[in-house]
Design a protein around this ligand. Structure first.
Ligand code: NAP
Length: 277
């Protein structure tokens, strides 16, 4: 592997909280690549010229975070099918000719995390209830469909956003306050809202009304164990935190840039757990 070069960055506004530099620099070192990965604060009004300048500086890979995931699509010369279907780009690869190809690795990261944390989980076995209808929810719904989920319900603060997402993917919009009766066939519950994150109130979902055997996944990773996951674990349900999704989406991006599918080791995960504590 030694001899390969990767010069990459995450661009966002703000971006200083990002764990992506720690993840990618770990892999750059592990696979003995030349180069580095850093975080660049890019205000929305300077997106295009910032990307072009970074490309002139020799950057060939970018992760794209809030607020650029949609707007960057207009700057892509090519989009992969997943990015096009989700309507958002989180990974960019710059070609030698100055062109950009846009990808979305969140859907793959979301599904790989569940496969990793709950081996044997059958996506077709029951309904999936997705809470939230933003960009991450779009990636989750797309990923779930590709993984074979037959019934996906979306509940969101703004019901109209849930209806739009449901329409886009042929899923179902559900009311936010679904009681135990409406949840009896739920095999997977996913929180894709920022609720439960440090500085935010908890999601306020009563995990005790989920059927035994349900899997509860929170894509929030700071803190690692959100109140939702604590309550679900207290009920004896299988829980999956959001750090795995972050690592798996990063692994796919690293593979796109370098051709190397990096290992997600316990050591790397532990390093990140310390950073989120
Ligand atoms: P987004 O596009 O802004 O969507 C946010 C969603 O959360 C919307 O459905 C919004 O509802 C809902 N929401 C926001 N604040 C709420 C509140 N106070 N009460 C109820 N609902 C609320 O954001 P996103 O890109 O989807 O990201 C959502 C979260 O996922 C963030 O915390 C992000 O860090 C996390 N994330 C994690 C990973 C990972 O790798 N683990 C990857 C991507 C994102 P409305 O429609 O009503 O506004």
């Amino acid at each position: 592997m030694a001899g390969k070069t990767l010069k990459a960055a995450v661009i966002g506004f703000p971006v200083s909280h990002s764990l992506s530099p720690a993840i990618h620099n770990h892999w750059i070192k592990q696979y003995e690549l030349q180069g580095f990965y850093d975080a660049r604060k890019v205000p929305p009004e300077h997106l295009k010229e910032s990307l072009l300048r970074l490309m002139e500086e020799g950057y060939t890979g970018f992760n794209v975070t809030i607020p650029h995931k949609q707007s960057v699509m207009a700057l892509c010369d090519e989009l992969d099918d997943t990015a096009r279907a989700i309507g958002a780009v989180n990974t960019l690869a710059a070609g030698g000719d100055g062109s950009f190809r846009g990808y979305n690795t969140d859907a793959c990261g979301f599904i790989e995390n569940i496969r990793d944390a709950a081996p044997g989980f059958d996506f077709a076995a029951g309904a999936a209830l997705v809470i939230g209808a933003g960009g991450a929810a779009r990636a989750a719904v797309y990923g779930l469909q590709r993984a074979g989920a037959k019934e996906i319900r979306i509940a969101n603060r703004t019901h109209g956003h849930a209806e739009k997402l449901a329409r886009d993917f042929g899923a179902e919009a559900a009311p936010c306050g679904t009681g135990a009766a409406g949840l009896k066939d739920v095999a997977l519950l996913v929180n894709t809202t920022p609720l439960g994150m440090k500085g935010q109130p908890p999601l306020g979902f009563d995990a005790s009304i989920l059927p035994p055997g349900a899997v509860v996944c929170d894509i929030v990773y700071s803190p690692l164990e959100t109140q939702l996951l604590k309550d679900a674990a207290g009920r004896g349900l299988k829980t999956i935190d959001g750090l795995g999704m972050l690592l798996h989406q990063a692994a796919r991006a690293f593979e796109i840039w370098t051709g190397i599918r990096p290992e997600i080791t316990v050591e790397l995960r532990e390093k990140l757990v310390k950073m989120t504590a």
